[in-house]
Ligand binder design. Structure first.
Ligand SMILES: [Zn+2]
Length: 260
C-alpha cells in the first residue's frame, strides 16, 4: 500500500523477518541482540540508517518522522549494566515516546558477503575478489585479497585517506611492496596477528591498540588504522538502499560524525 508521501508501507514484522533472514542472524554468535531491539509502530514507510544509535541519530529520525532506525551499533551489549538510567534512559525514552522501531545488526552486517561492512570497504577501495581469512571466526569477519599489482605502503595510506575522506590514525609502513592485504572494519586490531600469520603484507582496520604497533613491526606487516566509524559507514547505508529497492521504502542515511 502506498501512503500519502508516495513511499510504500511495510509491516514491521515483515521487515523484521526479511532482515533476519537476509543477514542470517542465527548463524553468528554476537555480543548483542541482532534484529528488532526496540519495538515501535506496526507499519514502516520511512527508515533512517546510521552507524550508531546515539541520541543525535534518534533526534534526526524524530524530526524526519521516520518509522524505523537501522544501525550497526545498537544497544544491550553483553556485560553492560542492565539498569535503564541516564543516557540509556534518554535514548530509549525518545524512541518509545515517538513509537520508532530500532533495528540493529552488528556482526551479521560486518560479514554479509555483498552488503556487509567488509564487502563494502573492499568495493570502495577497489580491492578485487575478497575472500574470508579462514583462520578466524566468524567467517568473513576478516577478509583478504590479492592485489593485481604491487602496491607501495605509502600509496595505500594515501588511497585510504582519499577514499574515506579523513586522515589515518596510525600507519606502520614496511619497505616491501603490498600484494596480499587483509582487513576488518571497526575495532579489528586484534586480528593483525592472524593476518600476519597467513602471509598478508598489510592489515587495515578501524582502531589501534598499543600492542598492535609491535605486532606490525615484529612481523613485518604494514598496518593502517583508518577509523572505526569511518570504516563502518558503508554497510548500513548499503542495507538501507537495498530496503529502498526491495520494499519501496523511503530511506536516508545520516552520518553523525565521530572522529573515533
Ligand atoms: Zn563497530
Amino acid at each position: 500500500m502506498r501512503n500519502k508521501r508516495g513511499a510504500k508501507d511495510v509491516k514491521r514484522a515483515e521487515l523484521q523477518a526479511y532482515l533476519n533472514q537476509f543477514l542470517a542472524v542465527d548463524r553468528v554468535k554476537d555480543y548483542c541482540p541482532n534484529g528488532l531491539q526496540v519495538e515501535g509502530r506496526d507499519e514502516v514507510h520511512k527508515i533512517i540508517t546510521g552507524v550508531t544509535a546515539c541520541q543525535a541519530l534518534i533526534e534526526h529520525a524524530v524530526a524526519e518522522d521516520a518509522d524505523a532506525i537501522l544501525v550497526h551499533h545498537g544497544y544491550f551489549w553483553k556485560g553492560e549494566p542492565a539498569e535503564i538510567q541516564g543516557m540509556k534512559k534518554r535514548r530509549l525514552q525518545l524512541l518509545l515516546r515517538n513509537d520508532i522501531n530500532l533495528f540493529a545488526y552488528h556482526l551479521p552486517l560486518d560479514v554479509h558477503a555483498r552488503l556487509g561492512n567488509n564487502a563494502q570497504l573492499a568495493r570502495l577501495m577497489g580491492w578485487p575478489d575478497p575472500s574470508p581469512l579462514t583462520t578466524v571466526e566468524p567467517e568473513g569477519v576478516v577478509m583478504c585479497t590479492e592485489l593485481s599489482h604491487d602496491e607501495d605502503a605509502g600509496a595505500l595510506a594515501l588511497q585510504l585517506e582519499e577514499k574515506l575522506g579523513r586522515r589515518l590514525f596510525c600507519a606502520v609502513h614496511q619497505a616491501q611492496p603490498i600484494r596480499r592485504i587483509a582487513w576488518c572494519t571497526g575495532g579489528g586490531q586484534g586480528f593483525i596477528d592472524a593476518a600476519a600469520q597467513t602471509g598478508c603484507d598489510a592489515f587495515v582496520t578501524g582502531e589501534v591498540s598499543e600492542q598492535t604497533i609491535h605486532s606490525a613491526r615484529e612481523q613485518g606487516i604494514a598496518f593502517y588504522a583508518a577509523g572505526h566509524h569511518a570504516t563502518e559507514r558503508y554497510g548500513i547505508r548499503a542495507l538501507g538502499e537495498h530496503l529502498e529497492e526491495q520494499f519501496g521504502l523511503a530511506h536516508r542515511f545520516i552520518d553523525i560524525d565521530s572522529p573515533a
